[in-house]
Ligand binder design. Structure first.
Ligand code: ZN
Ligand code: ZN
Length: 493
């Protein structure tokens, strides 16, 4: 579980060759179809978006010509039948239980089969499991494995672009159902499925697909309650039509709800999001932010308490000896994504706070000028910085007299324990009163006292490193700036 590839346990060796063997021959075996994306130009995405013609936008005058009538029929007749059935048929508890059970069976056909096995090759399945998933997935009536996986691989490869067949940038309803109801506005981006063309089970399902959807979508869910407890009508309407409506919209939510609702704990470059509601609705496909970052991982949910029955099903299949090579992304890399997002959040908090003036922004002041100006206003020198404490004189918890005593003097020792060892909060506050730097009096990096505690661990982008003395996490990185500062002309405070 800890590495991406593992060699199969000895008992698995008899299974069909792994879909993604750890090492592949450098050349394609003779006779195998060549991957369709082998010769795409380096600027494929840009080139295609610029040169490929799009179908015209859908308007009131052309919509009836642009509809995909077969899909429209399936997606309207099914819920209509379901509604009619619900209003006219008594629901028996046996049929209700079976409908829920069959919802999970056909849903898992899509999530564990179409999605995680065939589209993403996140584990290997034995032939019996593959046939089971192909049959179950047919019962969800969402197209053949090959067609579905081709579209889904394009969705991952071109997420949120016009080459993504269900780009979330066109809105919730487009990604949920709209993209199927009308002719695709442009061809989905290229995505290789030659591995699936070689797969015997995928080919078998593609060939018999119409019979399989009739059998698994309607005949079987009618037959089981009919033969089992005499509820033919309930079987057809509840386990057939109503269950199919739920499976449809449940899996469609992976393209819509999962790109719309929730948080982005692993990356925020694209629209996929994590949310428990989406997980509950989609048999565990709701941790979609994780999934788009680590699509070859057989899991969607990485915490044990998160709802991912598809993952549990795959693990159960492994325990039963039906699945192997369950892939997981290295935990170390998963944590990097999480840390980056946490730091981004902290950075926003950091940016909302006010900080002491940067040492580069302060004027350099001679000792004589400091003395001269201290006579006019209360200036105190601490750790090389000159502070104007006028606004703080009466607020000082130790009393005004202790501040007055150090006007025009160096209070570094007194501040850092000589008289009182001030708190970090006091040090932070002190830095907000900085008005200048004493010439030759300041050596950054020589002393932690020069950097306020709240600024010792600041978050900085890599291109801000060294750009300013206090934007880096610790003082040691800017040793040497003192010389430059000394060269600056004397200024008034
Ligand atoms: Zn997605
Ligand atoms: Zn996916």
């Amino acid at each position: 579980m800890s590495s991406v590839y593992k060699s199969p346990p000895p008992e698995m060796a008899a299974y069909s060759p792994p879909l993604t063997p750890p090492s592949k021959p450098a050349r394609m075996p003779k006779g195998d179809p060549e991957p369709i994306d082998l010769h795409v130009p380096d600027n494929y995405v840009q080139h295609t978006l610029r040169t490929q013609k799009e179908l015209p936008p859908i308007t009131w005058s052309n919509w009836w010509r642009e509809l995909q009538y077969l899909t429209v029929a399936i997606l309207t007749i099914t819920p209509t039948l379901a509604l009619y059935g619900v209003c006219t048929t008594t629901l028996r508890w046996e049929t209700a239980l079976f409908s829920v059970f069959y919802y999970y069976v056909t849903g898992l056909g899509i999530t564990a089969g179409y999605h995680r096995l065939w589209a993403h090759r996140s584990y290997n399945a034995s032939r019996p499991l593959q046939y089971f998933l192909a049959l179950a997935g047919s019962g969800a009536v969402e197209g053949s494995i090959k067609w579905w996986s081709r579209g889904h691989r394009a969705h991952h490869r071109y997420t949120d672009t016009d080459l993504d067949p269900y780009s979330a940038h066109y809105g919730f309803w487009w990604s949920h159902i709209g993209w199927m109801l009308v002719k695709p506005r442009r061809k989905p981006g290229v995505a290789d499925v030659s591995d699936l063309s070689r797969n015997e089970v995928v080919r078998w399902q593609h060939r018999w697909y119409v019979w399989l959807i009739l059998g698994m979508g309607f005949a079987l869910p009618t037959l089981v309650p009919g033969l089992g407890w005499g509820d033919w009508r309930g079987g057809f309407f509840f386990a057939g039509a109503l269950r199919l409506t739920f499976v449809h919209h449940s899996t469609f939510c992976v393209n819509s709800l999962a790109h719309w609702l929730g948080s982005t704990p692993f990356d925020d470059k694209h629209t996929p999001r994590d949310h428990v509601v989406t997980a509950l609705v989609t048999i565990g496909e709701g941790y979609h932010n994780f999934h788009h970052q680590f699509p070859m991982d057989f899991r969607n949910a990485i915490k044990w308490y998160q709802y991912d029955p598809t993952k549990w099903f795959i693990m159960a299949c492994r325990a039963a000896g039906l699945a192997s090579h369950l892939k997981t992304f290295p935990d170390n890399e998963v944590r990097k994504g999480q840390l980056t997002m946490q730091l981004k959040k902290l950075r926003r908090t950091q940016e909302r706070l006010e900080w002491a003036p940067d040492s580069n922004e302060l004027p350099v002041v001679t000792w004589e000028s400091f003395q001269e100006q201290s006579a006019k206003r209360p200036l105190i020198l601490i750790a090389g910085f000159i502070h104007d404490v006028a606004a703080f004189l009466d607020e000082h918890p130790g009393g005004r007299h202790l501040l007055v005593k150090y006007i025009g003097k160096d209070a570094t020792t007194a501040f850092f324990g000589g008289v009182y060892d001030h708190s970090n909060a006091a040090h932070n506050l002190l830095s907000m009163h900085r008005v200048g730097i004493l010439q030759h009096g300041y050596r950054q990096g020589a002393d932690d006292r020069a950097v306020p505690p709240a600024q010792r661990l600041r978050i900085a982008r890599y291109n801000e490193m060294g750009a300013s003395s206090t934007a880096v996490s610790d003082a040691e990185t800017v040793v040497g700036e003192g010389g430059e500062r000394e060269g600056k002309g004397e200024k008034d405070v």
